[in-house]
Design a protein around this ligand. Structure first.
Ligand SMILES: [Zn+2]
Length: 114
């Protein structure tokens, strides 16, 4: 079973190039702001980051620091919405987790989950 099949059977997420935050058009991150990830898309409207294919925490890190202990306030540059499907392991099994919320534009730290 590949990652795409896992996504479609367990989370029922449709492939999309539209931002889940504002429905704006998304472009792959590597064509938006340097090569970060082919799997994470950036919204041209609100700057939101989103995926419909699973990414690892390591792949997501350059875009948004997903560590709950790093919760921070949004700085002067404001915040962006993120909506990611994270491939992680739990009790020895590979599982998918949808993680979404708001992150600070500059530090990439999460401001708020959900
Ligand atoms: Zn957007």
């Amino acid at each position: 079973m590949n990652a795409t099949q896992i996504t479609n059977t367990t989370l029922n997420i449709e492939p999309t190039t539209s931002c889940p935050g504002c429905s704006g058009a998304g472009v792959p991150m590597d064509s938006y702001n340097g090569a970060v990830s082919d799997f994470i898309w950036r919204c041209l409207g609100c700057g939101g980051a989103f995926t419909h294919l699973p990414v690892t925490v390591e792949q997501a890190l350059p875009v948004v620091a997903l560590d709950q202990a790093m919760l921070a306030n949004a700085g002067a540059e404001g915040q962006f919405y993120f909506d990611l499907v994270i491939l992680t392991s739990w009790k020895g099994q590979q599982i998918l987790k949808r993680i979404h919320g708001w992150a600070d534009r500059q530090s990439k730290r999460v401001v708020q989950f959900g």
